[in-house]
Design a protein around this ligand. Structure first.
Ligand SMILES: O=C(O)CCC(=O)N[C@@H](CCC(=O)O)C(=O)O
Ligand SMILES: [Zn+2]
Length: 355
């Protein structure tokens, strides 16, 4: 495959996901201009799963410019976000969607998409903030890919307007959830504080539940939030399902709101009203340290299930982890994580005043 082949394939099929899945390891760089609505858009394919769209004719002034990263498939089997990004990319090619803001789309882990699994060797969403290169170094494809994604995002934001950086990292959760859609707001540093406008955006996507992280992490959204001052979230849009099994209506609000964001259309946001949100703070992060690790509850127990103070949550070797407060709820329980990794979060309700 040569650059010209990439350009020809995309010009005729508009299907960057298919091209990515056919060539999960490598695509040659390609740069070309499309004018689906008479407005030139500069398209750059950097590699497999990495494509950006830049409006040559600016529709917005510099003060309103946004540089937007939409990533999906950082976990390969989380298909609904892949379908949303795929649809947005096709709409841009076909001219069904206008483009007002530079937008970078990332299909994070093409091999894992094809494999239908969360990852191949290592969970990529623990490899950002340079973790990819810490011991044992760039020893597998996921580590190399995490580094490449960091580099691409760095270049994208550095070449942008630096006016308003945005990164929504789209996921779906392994378990069902009492709150179907929710976002993780990464820890904010310095005088940065939670943004009302972002809560309004989330609500327009159908997300009324937000978990405030209180620790540094090595996730993709934390990387963009911390390094580029981006409004960045991990966004959980529902439950993991294979391709073809996602109910489109469940994702319509998120899809339409992202489309409006990219196109510069009126976002139709409702003014922030705290009573419309469930806001939690992350209370315990329970990592697995022993081979013998078990959760105290079944696989069908949903995210946000509350426990009573003293209830056993997990046993890690000889250590027993219990709920420390009444109503402490579980998130992302997974007994099968690698040793040293996060096996469970707990959250408790909180109130905040975003600005
Ligand atoms: O459902 C699960 O157990 C995991 C869903 C998922 O992939 N969640 C992200 C959250 C990242 C964050 O904390 O910002 C992850 O575990 O990577
Ligand atoms: Zn995920």
């Amino acid at each position: 495959m040569h650059s010209q082949d990439v350009i020809e394939r995309l010009s005729s099929s508009h299907d960057f996901l298919a091209l990515t899945r056919q060539y999960p390891d490598f695509l040659p760089e390609a740069q070309f201009v499309i004018s689906p609505n008479g407005h030139d858009i500069n398209v750059v394919v950097t590699d497999t799963g990495i494509i950006s769209f830049d409006p040559v004719t600016k529709h917005v002034d510099n003060q309103s410019a946004k540089d937007i990263v939409l990533s999906c498939a950082v976990h390969g089997n989380e298909t609904a976000p892949i379908e949303i990004c795929d649809a947005l990319i096709k709409s841009l090619f076909k001219g069904e969607l206008d483009l007002s803001h530079r937008t970078l789309f990332l299909f994070g882990n093409p091999d894992a998409i094809n494999n239908g699994t969360r990852f191949i060797e290592e969970n990529m969403n623990r490899l950002f903030m340079g973790a990819h290169s810490k011991a044992p170094g760039l020893v597998n494809k996921e580590r190399k890919r995490a580094k490449q994604l960091e580099d691409v995002v760095t270049q994208f934001f550095e070449q942008g307007s630096n006016n308003h950086n945005i990164h929504y990292d789209l996921h779906t959760a392994i378990r069902g959830s009492y709150h179907q859609k929710f976002a993780v707001y990464p820890l904010l540093h310095g005088d940065k504080t939670w943004q009302k406008s972002q809560f309004e955006f989330l609500l327009a996507c159908g997300i009324d539940t937000v978990l405030l992280s209180e620790s540094t992490t090595t996730t993709f959204s934390y990387f963009s939030s911390t390094t580029f001052d981006a409004d960045a979230f991990t966004i959980e849009l529902g439950k993991v399902k294979p391709f073809g099994e996602n109910k489109q209506s469940d994702f319509e609000q998120a899809h339409n709101t992202l489309a409006r964001l990219i196109s510069g259309a009126d976002m139709q946001l409702k003014p922030y009203d705290a009573s419309q949100f469930n806001i939690f703070t992350i209370h315990q992060t329970i990592n697995r340290h022993h081979e013998a690790f078990s959760l105290s509850f079944d696989d069908d127990v949903k995210n946000f299930t509350p426990f009573a103070k003293g209830d056993l949550l997990a046993t890690d070797g000889d250590v027993k982890h219990v709920a420390q407060q009444d109503g402490e709820a579980i998130i992302f329980p997974n007994a099968n994580v690698a040793i040293g990794q996060r096996a469970l979060l707990t959250v408790v309700k909180t109130d905040i005043e975003p600005v």
